[in-house]
Design a protein. Structure first.
Length: 745
């Protein structure tokens, strides 16, 4: 806030506070809101200023137009900061910042306390030498010592160089020391060892693959570090090519935490100038981290037990932040940093699988300790993405929801696909529930990280047919770190696909094992039919049946024409998985080729193509309802071969045909039995032919049968009229998770 009037002019103020502070000061015309905010902070503290993180208004410049020339306004901005600091009794010099409308505050201190610079290293003689020589030649701060912690170097060149450094210890009056740490690589333990031996009032943790680029880098850091309210200071680190390596750490970004702006042009302003401004953050990198030694010791230093390599610097910052101290990042201390070379270049040479397991374990430690902080880093707007480091708006609507505003239950659903399965079982019910105002919901295939899921805090997480390795791993993370109420959804007998199904060869051979593992991670299993519930009863003790419904908003307005062809139009619609079903009626199609016009949508096997009058290629799911209606059928057929997979299927095809008023002849199998006014036949050639001929011989009666089916579907199977079914399936019971019944179903 002292760097930039970032709050702008859209502020809401309590009237009593406004009057108590005497309102706006006319001497600060053009930045009066900013000057008022500074005085508010002085009177009531940081807790008195809140932030609505959603976008409410837009405006162009940071400094709004006024009757004064812009240059005068900018001078007044710096004057407001200077007088603010004077009122607080803080000695400081306020200068123009590197961007328009910004300020740089140099905090002034009389003392120049000793800084102990700690540099872990192993081998890499040239890297260490470059680091040390840059410090000795580019550090204006007069009072520092350098402590090199050698992690068992074994290369002759490095050993010779380290011996030379040891020989210089007396000559330099102890300003340079070499400590030995011969154990396996442990970044935290090495720094803790040196910290215990350090004589300085301040500790500077510094990687060996860094180099100072200007003389006042440490002065810039100490300007902040000596402020009593500051606990940690970080620097601006650049890759050798000049791109940003570190401009602060954002909690929850791409995992537990990540560097923001990484790889960007260091000269860019960044979001609201943040690449060029002093600012408070939640954490900075240990590659160049300045901390008061007493604070370091108060929080027991770096965690060498559970965070030996990764995230111990972030953990340190968060522990010190919990003490009420600020973490400051300054762009005015600039160093080169190659990035991770201290690990990849030889300090740590463990095999990749070993490192991967340790990294996963250290991530788990961070999630366990700091997940609430990761879900809402105060230094990062929740409308910005945690999946990217370049500060872009969050594209997922759910992640922009206000975490504390939930007037209705919050449900996150994850469809397995955006085809029929995902649409009818996940996407459409979610859409209908949201449109009815019954839930806050979002259907997304995005796999949420633990911080993202912690931000969402859904009342239920619905996972459809998640069987891939990365999906199972994500489910385990969900349960381990957030433990949401999880529902597994499946609407097919995927453990017993028909022999002729084209999908059979693509399913994993251990499908049942994966399914058992996935469902075991969930609190409830939701299926489409009673047959599926029985088939999967051994997977979960709480199995619910939510039958398929048809969405009136997408289908109800469609009205196919009737009797438009010279011959009756008889049709079928479906995808490539139905080859076995069509084999049942291939002979029927040939027999009736001269009596009806066969109309197919989606798939038409080569053997029956000569007998089909119209074939319509597959269309997108959004176009499917209108395309099916556009077939203008007099009669629709729904064949199903008698296999376990089909007997477990739902009545969905009857709903699609029925909502359009198409009369139906269908196989007499479990999915199509019941009260539906359709013609069911045994899967025999003669029965199919007779049933179809009976319909085409009296089209008026056939059309009336279509009307009855439409009325039945509209009376019983509209999605919008059955939302309670989906709420009951997807939400926890009133007392939370369901009580495990003795019976499995």
């Amino acid at each position: 806030m002292r760097s930039l009037p970032y709050t702008g002019t859209a502020i809401a103020v309590r009237k009593d506070v406004f009057e108590r502070l005497g309102g706006f000061d006319p001497a600060y015309e053009g930045c009066e809101e900013y000057e008022f905010m500074l005085r508010t902070y002085e009177l009531l503290g940081a807790e008195s200023i809140g932030h609505v993180s959603g976008a409410l208004v837009t405006h162009d410049p940071l400094i709004e137009s006024s009757g004064r020339p812009l240059e005068e306004v900018l001078v007044t901005v710096r004057q407001a900061v200077a007088e603010h600091l004077q009122r607080l009794g803080i000695r400081a010099q306020v200068e123009p910042g590197s961007l328009p409308a910004t300020s740089r505050v140099r905090y002034l201190h009389d003392a120049q306390p000793l800084v102990s610079i700690i540099i872990p290293t192993r081998n890499q003689r040239d890297v260490l030498q470059r680091c040390l020589e840059s410090l000795l030649s580019h550090t204006a701060w007069p009072n520092y010592e350098i402590m090199v912690v050698d992690n068992g170097s074994d290369e002759a060149e490095a050993l010779q160089y380290l011996e030379g450094l040891k020989a210089l210890e007396d000559e330099l009056g102890g300003r340079l020391r070499v400590l030995d740490y011969p154990q396996s690589f442990n970044y935290s333990a090495m720094n803790n060892l040196a910290a215990a031996e350090a004589r300085g009032e301040y500790l500077l943790l510094l990687n060996n693959d860094t180099a100072a680029l200007h003389e006042d880098w440490l002065d810039a850091m100490m300007s902040h570090a000596q402020r009593p309210e500051v606990g940690v200071v970080g620097a601006k680190l650049l890759y050798p090519d000049g791109k940003v390596q570190h401009a602060g750490v954002i909690l929850g970004m791409k995992g537990p935490a990540e560097h923001v702006y990484i790889g960007q042009d260091a000269k860019l302003p960044g979001h609201y100038g943040r690449l060029q401004l002093d600012q408070n953050l939640s954490a900075v990198t240990g590659a160049c981290l300045l901390v008061r030694k007493s604070l370091f010791e108060q929080v027991d230093g770096l965690d060498a037990k559970e965070l030996a390599v990764s995230y111990s610097d972030i953990d340190l910052c968060l522990k010190i932040g919990k003490l009420g101290k600020r973490i400051v990042w300054t762009p005015y201390a600039v160093l080169m940093h190659e990035g991770s070379k201290s690990q990849t270049g030889g300090v740590e040479a463990a095999p990749d699988p070993v490192k991967a397991r340790r990294f996963d374990a250290e991530q788990a430690v961070m999630y366990r300790r700091w997940l609430p902080e990761m879900r809402a880093d105060p230094a990062y707007n929740r409308c910005l993405s945690l999946a990217a480091t370049d500060v872009v708006p969050e594209p997922d609507p759910a992640l922009r929801w206000d975490p504390d505003w939930r007037p209705v239950p919050r449900i996150i659903t994850q469809p397995a696909d955006h085809e029929g399965c995902g649409e009818y079982r996940i996407i459409a019910p979610t859409r209908a529930l949201v449109n009815a105002g019954l839930v806050q919901g979002e259907a997304s295939q995005r796999i949420y990280s633990p911080p993202e899921l912690a931000r969402l805090r859904p009342d239920a997480l619905v996972l459809q047919r998640q069987i891939e390795a990365h999906q199972l791993e994500a489910m385990e993370r969900h349960k381990r770190f957030n433990d949401p109420f999880c529902i597994y959804e499946i609407d097919d007998l995927v453990t017993n696909l028909p022999v002729k199904s084209v999908h059979k060869k693509h399913l994993p051979k251990d499908m049942h094992k994966r399914l058992r593992r996935a469902v075991g991670l969930c609190d409830r299993l939701v299926v489409a039919t009673d047959v599926l519930a029985e088939a999967y009863a051994d997977l979960c003790s709480d199995v619910r049946v939510a039958p398929n419904h048809i969405e009136d908003a997408r289908w109800g307005h469609l009205r196919p024409r009737r009797g438009v062809g010279k011959r009756p139009r008889v049709g079928w619609a479906g995808g490539i998985s139905h080859s076995g079903d069509l084999d049942l009626i291939a002979g029927v199609i040939e027999t009736l080729k001269d009596e009806v016009d066969w109309v197919f949508l989606g798939m038409c096997p080569e053997r029956i193509r000569p007998f089909v009058s119209e074939f319509h290629a597959p269309v997108s799911l959004d176009a499917y309802p209108a395309t099916l209606a556009g077939l203008d059928l007099d009669l629709a057929v729904a064949p199903l071969e008698d296999v376990p997979f089909n007997n477990a299927k739902s009545h969905l095809r009857l709903l699609e045909y029925g909502i359009l008023g198409y009369p139906v002849v269908c196989s007499d199998l479990t999915p199509y039995r019941g009260e539906y006014p359709v013609t069911r036949v045994r899967n025999r050639h003669r029965d199919w032919v007779e049933a179809i001929r009976a319909h085409i011989d009296d089209l008026d009666a056939t059309h009336r049968a279509g009307d009855r089916l439409r009325e039945y579907v509209r009376a019983h199977w509209l999605l919008e009229h059955n939302l309670d079914t989906w709420l009951g399936a997807w939400l926890p019971d009133e007392n939370g998770r369901p009580v495990r019944p003795d019976k499995k179903v």
